[in-house]
Design a protein around this ligand. Structure first.
Ligand code: VGL
Ligand code: ZN
Length: 217
């Protein structure tokens, strides 16, 4: 087996939360969220292994401001695992808002991992719920398939992409975030903080020009 074929087998593209509710017009719109879809579609052609993450909350989820009387979206509440930012109701299981963006075309993706399903625990990360104890199963899936390197793209850079990248490092993966294939929410300096935290954790921040052109297929 030659080197490039080997790299194809050990590398995965992980597409985070490219869902209607995170696109302009959705319940928790990320500015420019729709702009990255054509780029992600193109990058997908460079990867044999593609995994999609889907934020997938039950009604009354603990991350919804509406679940906490008197609380507003973008406020916070103290939960057993720490401080939880509160959001508008979003990505309700089975809803249009929770569906993957209709222009996302990654037909060869083999796994859709749904997260945020536990009623009283949020999960920004595609790897681990916010209690830092409950795995989603993604680490096991990737490791069982011999994957040691993940490239992350999607929404939102300063929340779900960042926490997924940090947890990928904790699980021992090489982690790259493709910045121009992400968009952020950027509340109260969250974007700059996310970049700093990822750099400190050894996440490599790159542009798509570094990988465009089928190197992993
Ligand atoms: C996300 C807030 C709440 C994300 C998900 O995908 O970044 N952000 N749920
Ligand atoms: Zn969510």
């Amino acid at each position: 087996m030659n080197v490039s074929a080997n790299r194809a087998l050990t590398t995965a593209l992980v597409v985070i939360d490219v869902q209607n509710d995170f696109i302009p017009g959705g319940q928790l719109a990320v500015p420019g969220g729709d702009e990255i879809v054509p780029l992600i579609n193109r990058l997908g052609q460079s990867f044999r292994h593609v995994v999609l993450a889907q934020d997938w909350h039950p009604a009354g989820h603990a991350s919804f401001a509406s679940s906490h009387p008197g609380k507003q979206p973008f406020g916070t509440v103290q939960l057993p695992y720490g401080e939880q930012t509160l959001w508008p109701d979003h990505c309700l299981q089975g809803s249009h808002g929770a569906a993957l963006h209709p222009a996302l075309k990654l037909d060869h993706a083999k796994l859709i991992i749904r997260k945020g399903c536990t009623p009283d625990i949020d999960s920004y990360s595609a790897f681990m719920e916010a209690d830092h104890q409950t795995p989603t199963g993604l680490t096991g899936y990737l490791k069982e398939r011999g994957i040691d390197t993940v490239y992350l793209v999607g929404l939102a850079l300063d929340f779900c992409v960042m926490f997924s990248a940090l947890d990928a490092r904790l699980a021992g993966f090489n982690a790259f975030v493709v910045l121009d294939a992400c968009r952020g929410i950027d509340r109260e300096g969250s974007m700059a903080a996310a970049i700093r935290r990822m750099q400190e954790a050894g996440v490599q921040l790159i542009e798509s020009s570094a990988i465009d052109g089928r190197p992993f297929a």
